[in-house]
Design a protein around this ligand. Structure first.
Ligand SMILES: [Zn+2]
Length: 302
């Protein structure tokens, strides 16, 4: 019997499973498992060693072949810090590789004070072995092709999705959140809206496994787009009125249509990134005033 403490194990078909984290909050993300025939592909490796080991156990229990390849949808720790546990090659977008190169010596230590309930044992970056450009890459499995696509900078500068026509499924990484508020601080609000326009077409009538929250369909893309568009419009208007404080702007805009989603306060960080977009800061450019923004985020109430 296959068990998981932190995830529900969702069967997509005989060859594909999604491990859906039961909470979906900070660092608590989803993983994909695909039996390719001679090996198993893991999409995102979780944030710590014990979760990565759980993935290996689940794969064994399912009777799938040994893990042979990792696809990281993006360079955030909750999707990539478990890579080293598998000891197999990993794939990232070139912009994600740049982020990992810049962050490889910064451990998870800084996060321990903010998230005392999380276990950061063995949380560390590994440089990818295969770097994918904007044209993406095709992985051939026993059942058909897995199209790894780049839709432009969005949640981070280097997000990849795995589009699987024969399974009617897209693993969208953090381009899609479900019932957990999306986070744009390391990417770009305006770019993310563009990427979702493309994803809406790709994911039409498909199941969408996002990075956080349960399996969704294209309706969730509409909701996230509306939320990000509200932030973009409201931020632009506020700036034109001389309002520059992300907390004040966030409280003007509100969290529609995601009012009932968890971690609503993330809107403060999303507005901060929208301000950077309008200042023509590059997607993913380092945010220098993060402690101040975290303080403002804690004050957000609507
Ligand atoms: Zn994530």
């Amino acid at each position: 019997m296959v068990k998981c403490n932190w995830c529900s194990i969702e069967k997509i078909n005989e060859s594909i499973y999604a491990l859906i984290d039961k909470d979906g909050g900070w660092f608590l993300s989803n993983t994909g498992i695909i039996n390719m025939g001679s090996y198993t592909l893991v999409i995102d490796t979780q944030y710590n060693e014990s979760r990565a080991k759980d993935i290996i156990n689940i794969i064994n229990d399912l009777g799938f072949p040994k893990v042979g390849l990792i696809l990281n949808t993006h360079p955030h720790g909750d999707h990539a810090w478990g890579n080293h546990v598998f000891n197999v090659p990993s794939i990232m977008h070139k912009n994600a590789n740049n982020v990992v190169e810049a962050s490889i010596n910064i451990g998870a230590k800084i996060y321990e004070q903010f998230f005392p309930n999380l276990d950061f044992k063995g949380s560390k970056y590994t440089l990818p072995d295969i770097i994918v450009g904007d044209e993406g890459i095709v992985l051939k499995s026993k059942d058909g092709e897995i199209n790894v696509k780049y839709l432009g900078p969005a949640h981070t500068p280097g997000d990849l999705i795995a589009d699987i026509d024969w399974a009617n499924t897209v693993f969208a990484g953090d381009l899609v959140f479900n019932e957990v508020t999306p986070l744009a601080i390391d990417g770009t609000v305006l770019g993310w809206i563009n990427a979702l326009d493309k994803l809406e077409i790709i994911a039409d009538n498909k199941k969408i496994v996002g990075g956080h929250g349960g399996i969704a369909d294209k309706n969730v893309i509409k909701l996230i787009k509306e939320y990000l568009q509200n932030i973009a419009n409201g931020t632009k208007e506020s700036l034109s009125l001389g309002i520059y404080d992300p907390l004040a702007i966030a409280e003007r805009i509100g969290t529609k249509p995601l009012d009932n989603w968890k971690l609503k306060e993330r809107i403060v960080l999303n507005v901060a990134r929208a301000i950077m977009d309008y200042q023509n800061k590059k997607p993913g450019e380092i945010v220098t005033n993060l402690p101040e923004l975290a303080f403002k985020m804690a004050k957000f109430s609507l």
